[in-house]
Design a protein. Sequence first.
Length: 169
Amino acid sequence: MSINFFFVVVLSLLVGMFVYFKPITLMDETREEAPKFELESFIVYEINTMGIDRLFEGDHGKRFEDRYEVSSAKFSNNSKALFESISANEALYKDDIITLEGNVHYVREDGLEFRSSEGKYDTPHSLVSTRGGFIITQNNNKVNGTQLLLNTQHHTVSANAVSGSYQLN
C-alpha cells in the first residue's frame, strides 16, 4: 500500500463524512431583552434647588434601554401648583408617558381623585387619559364615565357616557 493510496482513502473518508453528516446550524434564537438594572422596594427622588420635584417609587423596577417597568408603582409630582400622585399595579414609563395597568388611582392636593383599571399620564402635557371606565370624585361630587381625558394644567375634563351626582351648597 503506497502513501498516496493512504491519503486518498483518508481524503475520501473526510469528504464522505462532510457530505453524510450535515454541519450543525445554530438557530438564531431571539433572546429576551435583559434589563440594565433591577431595583427592589425603591424610591427615586428628582431634586432641584427648591426641593423635591418628583418621587418615583415601587416594589420592583426594571430599567431597560428606552423604558422603565415598575410593579406597585407610584409617581408623585410636586413641581406644579398642586401636588399630585398617581399609582397602579403595573407601570411602563417611556418617553415621558406613563402607561398604567390595574387599580389606577390619581390624587390631587385639592381633593380631586379618579380611579380606573388602566390609564396613561402624559407628564409634559399634564394629560391623564383612560380608554375604559372611570370614577372621578371631589368632595361629595362623583362622576362616572368612559374614555376620560383630564388636562390637569388647564383644569378641563372630557369623557364619554358620563353620569354623575353633584352637591350644591
